[in-house]
Design a protein around this ligand. Structure first.
Ligand SMILES: Cc1ncc(COP(=O)(O)O)c(C=O)c1O
Length: 486
């Protein structure tokens, strides 16, 4: 079978048929692109859009524009909880499922508040994350029953280790996951009661304990150290071993391989559980894939069925109870809720391989993974969908030769309307990691100011809630770089 290329948009010269659905949240209607019920091109037209004006969005928004669409975060969390509930029911699995949000994917306030309100537990990796959790506890959003999983390096004396210990004084279920043996001492000497986790070294396609042990990864403990750490924790009067952490990768699109890679960790879990009965959560970490292109296919039910069945089988063999299962969902939670819209400001045919369409922002600093990792995202026009298309390449406004899309090594095809008068395009599936990697605030490549942001939420009756965050002004960019304009 030939490797299918990632489908990133419309791949034909003919117009997009009326009411065509690209995926479960993007569709064509009257030549425009709709994000669920939101006509995206209309956002740039302001007053002429009576529907949105009636709902409080009277002003035309400037391009480029970031869209933060919170209902998709809630929907994805609810979907995954439902999938696991159904498979627990079907398989008679005796443990529970815990959904945690991996906040490194997107730490924006509106995202964290939405994941917590949707019932997610909270996963973090740095000292500022602890401050975020504290803010959410004080706002009553991170309730006492929630687990706070502290991953990342937290060596003795670091502000992260100290901050975790302070957080424990405000919240019962703060669970540091030990990355390195030296991380146990500060917890022990804090005198506070902590439930703790142990992270195995297993990142990658390892299907045996020996492969896992030989893996070249800075994350987690090798098997000997897992046993040592478990014994240290068991011997400590204030520490209780609770979580086994087994993350194997990110965006893993083969459900069979995903579970096979987790299996050596399950085998260690059950042996540890025989010796340490307080252990009760098998945490598979991140890795849950999500659609960032249009030909994505992953059967979440099949994954959950395979995972729980394998765990059941391993636990029965070792006569230990089935653990609760936790996932730390970063990309899955947030990729789809983010979009970035641009205007095509020039169409240029300079006898290159394909015509260039130049947009009014930077591709590489808005979606660093597209040039750094050749990662693909969906790109569609917001208007003129009912007109003929041609194959093109997109160029960002910076003067960097890598500021292009599709990514340079890509085999994907990008078609956009031939009509470029007032043409807008959107990148979709960019809500996880891209903003965090590109940075929020500050100065960007070629001193391109940051875009405006529109946060969209919906009431249960379908009416919209809009919040506009202003983009950077030129003066702010200059000030940030040390220029004082008098
Ligand atoms: C410890 C840990 N958990 C969860 C995640 C989230 O992974 P994903 O975005 O694949 O869900 C990461 C990502 O790097 C991670 O390091």
């Amino acid at each position: 079978m030939t490797d299918p290329h990632p489908i990133i948009g419309w791949e034909q010269e003919t117009p997009v048929p009326r009411r065509h659905h690209f995926n479960n949240y993007l569709r064509a209607e009257n030549g425009h692109l709709y994000f669920e019920d939101l006509d995206l091109a209309q956002l740039f037209l302001g007053n002429s859009n009576q529907g949105l004006a009636n709902q409080g969005l009277a002003q035309a928004l400037p391009s480029p524009l970031e869209i933060v669409y919170l209902p998709l975060i809630r929907r994805n969390i609810a979907t995954m909880n439902q999938v696991f509930a159904e498979i627990i029911d079907e398989t008679g699995y005796e443990g529970r499922f815990h959904y945690a949000y991996a906040s490194k994917a997107n730490a924006a306030e509106e995202v964290i508040r939405t994941t917590l309100a949707a019932g997610a537990h909270h996963e973090m990796s740095s000292t500022v994350d602890v401050d975020i959790a504290r803010i959410m506890i004080r706002r009553g959003l991170l309730s006492p029953d929630r687990l706070i999983i502290c991953n990342g390096f937290k060596s003795a004396g670091t502000s992260y280790a100290d901050n975790i210990i302070r957080l424990r004084q405000e919240h019962e279920h703060v669970i540091p996951v030990i990355e390195n043996l030296g991380e146990i001492a500060p917890l022990l000497s804090s005198g506070l009661d902590f439930e703790v986790g142990l992270r195995q070294k297993s990142y990658g396609a390892n299907t045996t304990e020996a492969e896992m042990n030989a893996a070249n990864s800075r994350f987690g403990l090798d098997v000997d150290d897992i046993w040592k750490a478990a014994d240290y924790v068991a011997a400590a009067p204030n520490l209780t071993l609770k979580v086994y952490h087994a993350m194997v990768g990110s965006q893993i699109t083969d459900d069979e391989a995903f579970v096979d890679w987790l299996t050596p960790g399950m085998e260690i879990y059950v042996r540890l559980r025989q010796r340490h009965p307080s252990l009760s959560i098998f945490n598979f970490g991140g890795g849950m894939p999500v659609a960032m292109t249009l030909n994505f296919a992953f059967d979440y039910h099949a994954f959950a069925r395979r995972l729980l069945t394998r765990l059941q089988e391993v636990c029965r063999r070792y006569r230990v109870p089935a653990p609760d299962v936790m996932g730390e969902f970063g990309r899955y939670t947030t990729a789809e809720h983010g979009a970035h819209l641009f205007k095509v400001i020039a169409a240029k045919d300079n006898s290159s391989r394909l015509p260039w369409y130049i947009i009014d922002g930077s591709i590489m600093s808005s979606f660093p993974d597209s040039w750094a990792l050749a990662e693909h995202f969906i790109v569609l026009p917001l208007n003129h969908l009912d007109k003929p298309f041609q194959q093109v390449q997109l160029g960002g406004i910076t003067c960097d030769s890598d500021d292009v899309y599709p990514p340079k090594p890509s085999r994907s095809l990008l078609y956009l309307p031939i009509e470029t008068e007032d043409l807008y395009v959107g990148f979709f599936g960019i809500g996880a990691y891209q903003e965090m990697l590109g940075g929020v605030g500050g100065s960007k490549h070629c001193v391109v100011p940051e875009a405006y942001e529109l946060i969209v939420d919906r009431n249960p009756d379908g009416t919209y809630l809009f919040e506009i965050l202003h983009g950077q002004t030129e003066a702010e960019v200059l000030h940030n770089l040390g220029y004082r304009v008098t």
